[in-house]
Design a protein. Structure first.
Length: 274
């Protein structure tokens, strides 16, 4: 049970909704796609899943069909009414909220851990949302997120990859990430100009760098400074942030550049107990 293209268009018309670019509103209108996402989410009956950006409820229906309790978050009040109509009678809790500002602790407090997060995210919020969930919602142990293809490539990139950056390191600190599927633009209403990718993010049992040795705030500060001027040698980009002697102790050449270092090397550079 999910929404066909004609049903998506009907709901938009009945509720007087014109999708806005500002909110990145592109609705999945292909049953095969949402069913594939639900399968990849590996939900089991009785489990809990948070869906961010539920929209009209096409993916919500597929998640509910898997037997999961769904908490469907939507920021647009126009869509909340249509979403409530779509999921009426199902084990779905509709929450009108901005996922970037809501209290994740309160949201997850009543749900048995672990919780999965599934989302179709616009470019503008994808990275800050995923990083915030990893930082602030330890009850979420895995994420399956549909994002613009280039965004997903940055999340999964490793050292030496042109897409590798500060967000790649932050995600690697908390989790492992991999691209598990491609989604063509043709499955959306309206059709975006870019293709999307499905990225699976699995939280590590423990962060890649021991937070008792290197606090996360310190780690993030060093990574941010290193990539702020990624073409510069680290001895210059990290001047004032990392002591000169830290390079030798960390086994990192001061002439190296940010894109050459993996998460463990960043952790060594960020240590201050030398």
């Amino acid at each position: 049970m999910t929404l066909s293209r004609s049903e998506v268009q009907r709901l938009l018309a009945e509720h007087g909704i014109r999708p806005t670019k500002a909110l990145g509103q592109n609705f999945v209108a292909d049953p095969n796609t949402v069913e594939r996402i639900a399968r990849l989410a590996k939900l089991v009956p009785g489990s809990s899943v948070v869906e961010v950006g539920a929209g009209l409820g096409s993916l919500t229906l597929a998640l509910a069909d898997a037997g999961a309790h769904v908490v469907a978050i939507e920021v647009d009040p126009r869509l909340v009414a249509a979403l409530a109509e779509t999921v009426a009678g199902l084990d779905v809790e509709v929450v009108q909220a901005d996922a970037l500002t809501l209290d994740w602790g309160a949201l997850l407090g009543g749900l048995p851990a672990p919780v999965a997060l599934v989302a179709n995210l616009p470019y503008s919020v994808a990275t800050p949302l995923v990083v915030r969930v990893l930082e602030e919602a330890p009850g979420v142990d895995r994420l399956l997120v549909m994002v613009q293809r280039e965004v997903g490539e940055r999340w999964v990139a490793g050292p030496g990859d042109p897409a590798y950056g500060a967000v790649s390191v932050k995600i690697a600190y908390w989790a492992t990430a991999s691209v598990v599927g491609r989604v063509p633009s043709t499955v959306f209403v309206p059709r975006p100009r870019v293709d999307s990718g499905l990225v699976e993010v699995r939280r590590r049992p423990d962060p890649a760098v021991d937070p008792s040795v290197v606090p996360y705030e310190r780690f993030a500060t060093v990574v941010r400074a290193g990539f702020a001027h990624r073409r510069k040698m680290l001895r210059r980009s990290l001047a004032g942030t990392v002591e000169p002697g830290a390079f030798e102790s960390a086994g990192v050449a001061p002439t190296a550049r940010a894109e050459e270092l993996g998460v463990a090397a960043w952790g060594e550079l960020a240590r201050v107990d030398r």
